[in-house]
Design a protein around this ligand. Structure first.
Ligand code: 5GP
Length: 186
């Protein structure tokens, strides 16, 4: 049986990456799609695992060959969802998670009406600000840009099918997992 497609969005720093990883560890039939990006790898990120890290030219080529479901410019870099990976995994029966931004979420819904859109929200704007400024991986300019984008992303939350508030990680994980299991059984 074909799996379900879930879009997981939310502002930078909300913990959506951690939650997606935990879901995959919890259930081997959940697959986190690996996007392509022109962003430089951060320390510890492995090509093909975190992202497929591409040059601008390689990314352009994939756009020209229609290899992306959607792609978007986020924080001055380009990110895209590869059609082949997603379709193969869905056909193999995996539930596929796309951890993508709100532009990508809106685009995916247009193309795949069955996609289930989940927005991960912070408990408050103050908490989000604290989480983003506390990160050690970005420069102050990058943090400023991410803060601006984060508040812009929050405005999309009502266009998602479900909102999960990440106040307590375990509770948020349980809620997310329940949504996935519920879709499997419906
Ligand atoms: P980061 O640079 O922190 O890994 O990701 C930055 C943003 O890009 C996040 O909001 C993430 O969800 C988004 N993103 C990652 N992959 C994709 C993708 O394939 N498509 C779109 N539209 N956004 C993506």
């Amino acid at each position: 049986m074909k799996g379900n497609l879930f879009v997981v969005s939310g502002p930078s720093g909300v913990g959506k990456g951690t939650l997606c990883k935990m879901l995959c560890e919890k259930d081997e039939k959940i697959f986190l799609s690996v996007s392509a990006t022109t962003r430089a790898p951060r320390e510890g990120e492995v090509n093909g695992v975190s992202y497929h890290f591409l040059t601008n030219e390689q990314f352009d080529e994939k756009v020209a060959n229609d290899e992306f479901y959607e792609w978007a410019r986020v924080h001055n870099n380009r990110y895209g969802t590869l059609k082949q990976t997603v379709q193969d995994k869905l056909n193999e029966g995996y539930d596929v998670l796309l951890e993508i931004d709100v532009q990508g979420g809106m685009n995916m819904k247009k193309q795949e009406n069955d996609a289930i859109l989940i927005f991960i929200a912070p408990p408050s704007e103050e908490v989000l600000r604290e989480r983003l400024t506390g990160r050690q991986t970005e420069t102050p300019e990058q943090i400023e840009l991410r803060l601006k984008n984060a508040f812009g992303e929050l405005e999309y939350k009502d266009r998602y099918d479900h909102i999960v508030i990440n106040d307590d990680l375990t509770t948020a994980l349980d809620e997310l997992y329940a949504l996935i299991v519920n879709e499997r059984n419906s």
